[in-house]
Design a protein around this ligand. Structure first.
Ligand code: SAH
Length: 508
């Protein structure tokens, strides 16, 4: 609530769909908002940074039904603004380009409520750009016209001056559904536009499922119909449309474009893998099957008196340092001991806490760690790990006469997935498994292997995870040669490339 008692309304553009095209200002205002009134065509993650107390109000279309009436949206804006709230009115693309932002600003002015406008990346420019089509080009277009197909239905049919548009010396960009395509082409050609002028339609521009069709003004409607192009889509008419096939195609060319990949690892660890997959063009679904639950959190742990401390996962490292901190200790508590990490991820987590591990085996399994420790004299060892872990390491150390204390730092529990998340993961092109627990909990969440789509390919991080898949009657389609996230991504890429080559050969 502001000092004056009157709030402020921000008319904010959220861009065309790619979350990376939200402006810094938009993210800042979303994070500070008391109320957010949002539309349908905003990036899926746009609201992730909102405060938990913020009131989020959806004012877009329900399915194919009607939107909330504009008067009702106006009323909500005025009400929340008058109540002293910081209100973000979040719209797809740019608020002042076919977004009714101008109308809303006038209503606010009338009501005496201060407003600000935050421009966004408009879909009419961004969707062509991601399709490999610049809306202007030195030699081919020196002007652009942005045209709506969603004009006020109350207006007479003649609201668009078709002969003038046909004569426009530059690129025409239409914001509208695909239904009107035949009519538009007809009118432009009747107005004198060349039937063989290049034209394109970009569906779901800037999103992982983007598709683009390039044809001529005369053939575009038919081609779009044959390709089953659906809204939202942008139609563009002009010589610049030919540039896509002259080498400017890029977005749809990324190696995993058009593929959905489910990431089943714990949410806290999923973002790195998901980000890499998105970079490569995939739609990454974060559908965590598991969650890490620290055990005895808050109970101090004292590692003094141990001459060897073994860590078997990055999660274990995190939990260990929290338990040290609970007793007022830090990395120096490990000063006297040899510190062993099972693999590079665990080693990295230790380094992040200021400890350089003394021992990291070549292969990232318990047996390899036992080997790597073979020549070390051990009197008292601390094995800090997950609750349901194999006993290979403690048993081997005991066999060598060491006194071993095993501390269960955390357990792996099932994460809750919504029905929609489960359905999306089960139908994905790829499902990635980064541990045996992801296999077990994912299949439990789905209610069995039958739920997994017949065309879905299963990717395993290594032999232990693959064995768990086989125990459940599933054969992994892909197994990583290197048992870490980079190795898993490499294996998935190779599989996608060979399948794309095979289906290309089939089509040829
Ligand atoms: N203010 C928005 C436009 C709103 S009108 C902007 O500046 O982008 C809605 C129309 O925008 C849709 O019918 C469609 O033609 C277009 N549109 C919005 N998002 C799109 C996307 N990701 N890809 C293609 N067209 C899109």
């Amino acid at each position: 609530m502001s000092a004056s008692g009157v709030g402020r309304v921000y008319l904010v553009g959220a861009g065309p769909g790619d979350p990376g095209l939200l402006t810094a200002r938009a993210l800042e205002l979303i994070a500070a908002a008391d109320t957010i009134l949002y539309d349908r065509l905003i990036p899926a993650t746009a609201l992730a940074g909102a405060r938990p107390e913020a009131e989020l109000v959806y004012v877009g279309k329900e399915g194919r039904g009607p939107s909330m009436p504009q008067e009702q949206i106006d009323r909500l804006l005025v009400e929340h603004g008058a109540a002293g709230k910081r209100v973000v009115r979040l719209k797809g693309g740019d608020p002042f380009v076919f977004g009714r932002g101008g109308e809303e600003a006038l209503v606010l002015r009338e009501a005496g409520i201060p407003f600000e406008v935050v421009p966004g990346v408009t879909s009419g420019v961004a969707a062509p750009a991601y399709g490999g089509i610049p809306v202007t080009h030195r030699d081919r277009a020196s002007a652009v016209a942005l045209v709506t197909g969603h004009e006020d239905p109350a207006k007479p049919e003649s609201a668009i001056d078709w002969p003038a548009l046909a004569a426009f010396p530059g690129t025409l960009v239409f914001y509208m559904g695909v239904k009107q395509l035949p009519r538009i082409a007809e009118r432009l050609i009747a107005g004198g536009r060349a039937p063989d002028e290049p034209a394109a339609v970009v569906e779901r521009g800037t999103l992982p499922g983007q598709r683009t069709v390039v044809a001529t003004l005369a053939t575009l409607a038919e081609r779009a119909e044959a390709e089953r192009i659906r809204p939202p889509s942008i139609t563009l008419v002009g010589p610049v449309a030919a540039l896509r096939d002259e080498g400017l195609r890029w977005f749809e060319q990324r190696p995993l474009h058009g593929l959905t990949v489910a990431v089943t690892r714990a949410r806290a660890q999923a973002s790195g893998l998901a980000a890499r997959l998105r970079e490569l063009g995939a739609e990454a679904l974060e559908t965590p099957a598991i969650r890490i639950e620290p055990l005895d959190a808050g109970a101090p742990l004292d590692p003094s008196g141990f001459d060897l401390v073994c860590l078997t996962s990055p999660n274990g490292v995190g939990c260990l340092f929290e338990r040290l901190a609970a007793g007022g200790r830090d990395a120096r508590a490990l000063a006297g001991a040899t510190v062993a990490a099972i693999g590079p991820g665990t080693a990295r987590a230790l380094r992040e806490h200021g400890v350089i591990p003394d021992v990291v085996p070549e292969r990232f399994v318990a047996e390899a760690l036992v080997e790597a420790l073979a020549d070390l004299p051990v009197r008292r060892a601390l094995v800090a790990r997950a609750s349901v872990a194999r006993d290979v390491l403690p048993d081997a150390l005991r066999a060598r006469g060491a006194e071993v204390e095993v501390v269960d730092l955390y357990e792996t529990v099932a994460e809750r997935l919504s029905d929609a998340e489960r359905a999306a993961a089960a139908a994905a092109d790829y499902v990635t498994f980064t541990s045996s627990s992801t296999v077990r909990f994912f299949l439990a969440a789905l209610g069995g292997r039958e739920a997994i789509g017949a065309r879905t390919r299963l990717v395993s991080i290594g032999p232990v995870t693959s064995a768990t898949l086989r125990e459940h009657g599933l054969e992994p389609h892909v197994e990583a040669a290197r048992h870490d996230v980079d190795g898993l991504v490499d294996a998935l890429l190779a599989d996608a490339a060979s399948r794309a080559a095979a289906s290309g050969a089939e089509r040829a």
